[in-house]
Design a protein around this ligand. Structure first.
Ligand code: FES
Ligand code: FES
Length: 159
């Protein structure tokens, strides 16, 4: 059975008829060609599919698309403005907080959601915010430092 869904994806209105068993991850990648959101485990364990839905981080592999009807969805593609990386993306590059990069969109979306809600997070709050994201190759120290550094810059440029 098909369901009509309307949501905003990266501020663009989207109307689709979707199968009721399609996850938001399926829709983003297969229907909307937004392949920056990654599929790792497909079961809510790795965080590679993290998006922001109405301001909250969410594993796109765990929600059916109709469940997000009416919501504002942001993906990794939506945080780059006019071709310019977000501050958090810049810090991931500057601090070498990635190697293979597969987990990176998920970490950046979890970090982005955190910084939107809490511009001055403690190290513990950062760890909590990325607790659902797994990285197999970079390790977590640089990722945490990138989020800390982005927070500093966004608060007013002290570095
Ligand atoms: S792909 Fe969604 S949590 Fe791993
Ligand atoms: S950078 Fe490779 S899994 Fe995180």
């Amino acid at each position: 059975m098909k369901y009509k869904v309307n949501f905003y994806v990266n501020e663009e209105p989207v109307e689709l008829y979707v199968d009721g068993n399609k996850t938001m991850l399926n829709i983003l990648r297969d229907e909307l060609c937004l392949t920056g959101t990654k599929e790792g485990c497909g079961a809510g364990e790795c965080g590679a599919c993290t998006i922001i839905a109405d301001g909250k981080p969410l594993n796109a592999c765990l929600v059916l698309a109709p469940e997000l009807d009416g919501m504002h969805i942001t993906t990794i593609e939506g945080i780059t403005k006019d071709g310019e990386l977000s501050e958090l993306q810049k810090q991931f590059v500057e601090l070498s907080a990635l190697q293979c990069g597969f987990c990176t969109p998920g970490f950046i979306m979890s970090g982005t959601a955190l910084l939107q809600e809490n511009p001055n997070p403690s190290r513990e709050e950062i760890k909590t915010a990325i607790a659902g994201n797994l990285c197999r190759c970079t390790g977590y120290v640089r990722i945490i430092e990138a989020i800390e550094e982005a927070a500093k810059v966004l608060r007013g440029g002290e570095r």
